[in-house]
Ligand binder design. Structure first.
Ligand SMILES: [Zn+2]
Length: 58
């Protein structure tokens, strides 16, 4: 199969499969993070519980 980043042929035995190198894997992760999931500061569930939904502080 081919690396989705640089289209280089990747062996099925390659530990970085489907990427040809750790660099391409990181590049893909970067694309994924910046293009599809633009969440600047995700709120952890424990913080949501304490979040004042009615606008008043607890
Ligand atoms: Zn590559």
């Amino acid at each position: 199969m081919k690396c989705p980043i640089c289209k280089k042929e990747v062996a099925f035995t390659d530990p970085e499969m489907p990427f040809c190198s750790p660099r391409c894997r990181l590049l893909d992760l970067g694309n994924w993070a910046s293009e599809k999931y633009v969440i600047s500061s995700p709120i952890p569930p424990e913080d949501l519980e304490n979040f004042p939904v009615d606008g008043k502080p607890n």
